[in-house]
Design a binder for this molecule. Structure first.
Ligand code: GLN
Length: 246
């Protein structure tokens, strides 16, 4: 009888301990937009990529769990503002305009903008001038660049077609519905390996990617920066870069 009591006490204690241990690890919801290979994309129904591995590695290092939500790129900041997500990890460029509403971590990758056209077309960089149609992902720096530097200046007289994802932009290009797509250089290079498209020009914009949190969420921002620092130091970052950019 005594033994039984002891056993029950032991079991109860084990359960209490297990639950409190689970409760200790905080879970952050990470928003991403999974049409941006190799940073985030869907493979066999799962969101994978550089940013996904990066957030998992930071979480592991700093003792928090992560879950991912795939949302349209231009809805990421609104989702952060309403508290539906805690972090944006989406190859998001640190810009002054965005910094007014969110806080960015230290930069973890850099990029320029590239122009891609359909493979074997005779088009070159001049495709961004005159009566051509260009597609971009809504709310990206490629969208802003094409709008401000090409469309508003009258250099481009054709249309800018905006889509929720670059997957749709590239499909439109391959199907011959637009003449070019403007997108981040590392992603353009990856699409050029995966789809019948060619990079015909690079616009040096010198962008830096950061992880974003809501304005003033310094507790989480500090964890992200410390996590980034540690994974740079312990070689995990180099491993993730190697894995996605062999
Ligand atoms: N780096 C670009 C931006 O921040 C594009 C990011 C993306 O499409 N995921 O606007």
């Amino acid at each position: 009888m005594k033994l039984k009591k002891l056993l029950i006490t032991f079991l109860v204690l084990t359960l209490v301990f297990a639950f409190s241990a689970v409760g200790l690890a905080e879970t952050y919801t990470v928003g991403t937009s999974a049409g941006f290979p190799p940073f985030e994309y869907v493979e066999d129904g799962e969101i994978v990529g550089f940013d996904i591995d990066l957030m998992k590695a930071i979480g592991e290092e700093m003792g928090f769990d992560v879950t991912f939500e795939d949302i349209a790129f231009d809805s990421l900041i609104p989702a952060l503002k309403t508290g539906n997500i805690d972090v944006v990890a989406a190859g998001m460029t640190i810009t002054e305009q965005r910094e007014e509403v969110v806080d960015f971590s230290n930069s973890y990758y850099s990029a320029d903008q590239s122009i891609i056209v359909k493979k074997d077309s005779d088009k070159d960089i001049s495709v961004i001038f005159g009566d051509n149609d260009i597609s971009v992902q809504t709310g990206t720096t490629g969208d802003m660049w094409a709008t401000e530097k090409l469309k508003e200046k009258g250099i481009l007289t054709g249309k800018i077609k905006r889509y929720d994802t670059f997957v749709l932009c590239v499909s439109d290009l391959v199907n011959g519905n637009v003449d070019a797509v403007v997108l981040d250089s590392p992603v353009a290079n990856r699409y050029a390996e995966m789809r019948p498209v060619d990079v015909v020009g690079i616009i040096v914009t010198g962008e830096n990617y950061g992880l974003a949190v809501n304005n003033g969420n310094t507790e989480l921002l500090d964890k992200l920066n410390e996590g980034l620092r540690r994974i740079r130091e312990n070689g995990k970052m180099a491993e993730i870069i190697d894995k996605h950019f062999k």
